[in-house]
Design a protein around this ligand. Structure first.
Ligand SMILES: *[C@@H]1O[C@H](CO)[C@@H](O)[C@H](O)[C@H]1NC(C)=O
Ligand SMILES: *[C@@H]1O[C@H](CO)[C@@H](O)[C@H](O)[C@H]1NC(C)=O
Length: 364
């Protein structure tokens, strides 16, 4: 069943450990929900076997219920259906017109594991609405009209996807006590650095965080130090200062593409000794960032579409053998004003093979 495939792929995605490089060109992130966008047609009411009266186990009209999965997507619903089967583990309500979540909407759904509310018009959630959901692990509420992260999220939550809402503020209390939370996707919100209250992320042990397509002008200081992946692409970050990455020493992947970065301070990358993949494409860098040769595990560096005018022979690789523990698989330098014929071949002595370097001509 499609829904299960979808959830499984996200489990893997969110626990992408140990590091596994995806395709070299895989530097965009889709919103992940396109897989389910075509589910609208062919949905027919399916009565639950053995329920022929107005019992609480009746499948809501128009929904599709099978194996404790209740699918009510693309039905034009304006509110959460009543009398959802109490044993529901996955409730799919995406692509509807739901505007509000009321206090008792999820009453009794203590078995619910995944709740999909993507692409509705939700702007209001009752503070107690999620209280009955003692086992909720995945909440997908992207593409709605929320201005804040919902209060009182269940402590069982592992993954929150809340991108493309109208969130401007992350208050100090919202993530309190969420000890199991592993993955947050909150890109596409009009969030500025000042909107993240100091301590808002305290206590979270995230592995993955994405705040892309927001209004950040710098790397936020207070994010969880446990992170392996941090995606901050498509913001307005102008520089990476020395202390910016000091507490993110567990990062494997860092996405900073499509910003306005001109300067990366000497030493600022040295705080991420495990880094495998660094995306700095589509910025305004005039040189290769300092410190790359010291990054023993760095394998992929995107630097295309910057303003790099020269590449030095020791910009990527350390001097001497045995220092670099993993060779590069991918370095992109195209669309920079580098006279590439002047770059010495030895510059790439710690690259697995020539095809791993995307150089190309600078076109004006
Ligand atoms: C950064 O390091 C380079 C050499 O690696 C040096 O030329 C430059 O002056 C340094 N800049 C600062 C601000 O320390
Ligand atoms: C690129 O760098 C040159 C100097 O090396 C500078 O004159 C030019 O303004 C830069 N372009 C951009 C778009 O930053």
């Amino acid at each position: 069943m499609k829904v299960f495939l979808f959830l499984c792929s996200y489990v893997i995605f969110c626990k992408a450990l140990p590091f596994e490089q995806r395709g070299f060109w895989d530097f965009s992130m889709d919103d992940g929900f396109s897989m389910m966008q075509d589910e609208g047609s062919g949905i027919a009411p399916t009565p639950t076997p053995g329920s022929d009266g107005p019992t609480l186990d009746l499948c809501p009209f128009g929904c599709h219920c099978h194996l404790r999965v209740v699918q009510c997507s693309d039905l034009g619903l304006t509110s959460i259906p009543k009398n959802l089967p109490k044993d529901t583990t996955l409730l799919d309500l995406q692509n509807n017109k739901i505007t509000e979540i009321k206090k008792d909407d999820f009453k009794g759904l203590s078995k619910l594991y995944a709740l999909v509310l993507v692409n509705n018009k939700i702007s209001k959630i009752n503070d107690k609405a999620f209280e009955p959901l003692h086992n909720l692990q995945k909440l997908y509420i992207s593409k709605n009209n929320l201005e804040e992260i919902p209060r009182n999220l269940p402590n069982s939550l592992v993954e929150l996807r809340i991108h493309e809402n109208k969130i401007k503020k992350v208050s100090k209390e919202v993530f309190n006590g969420l000890k199991n939370m592993n993955c947050i996707e909150m890109g596409g919100n009009p969030l500025e650095n000042g909107g993240i209250e100091p301590g808002a992320f305290d206590g979270l042990k995230l592995n993955y965080l994405r705040i892309s397509e927001a209004k950040l002008t710098g790397v936020p200081k207070d994010l969880p130090s446990t992170m392996n992946e941090l995606h901050l692409d498509n913001n307005k970050i102008q520089a990476i200062e020395l202390e910016d990455l000091i507490q993110y020493s567990n990062l494997y992947r860092l996405g900073l593409g499509h910003n306005n970065i001109r300067v990366i301070e000497n030493g600022s990358l040295s705080f991420m000794p495990s880094l495998r993949e660094l995306h700095l494409d589509n910025n305004k860098l005039s040189r290769v960032p300092p410190g790359l040769p010291d990054m023993k595990f760095l394998q992929v560096v995107y630097l295309h579409s910057n303003n790099i005018t020269q590449v030095g022979v020791n910009d990527f690789c350390p001097i001497g053998f045995g220092v670099k523990r993993a060779y590069y698989h991918g370095i992109s330098l195209f669309n920079n004003p580098v006279p590439y014929w002047e770059v010495q071949p030895a510059t790439f002595r710690c690259v697995t093979d020539r095809l791993a370097i995307q150089f190309g001509n600078y076109k004006k």
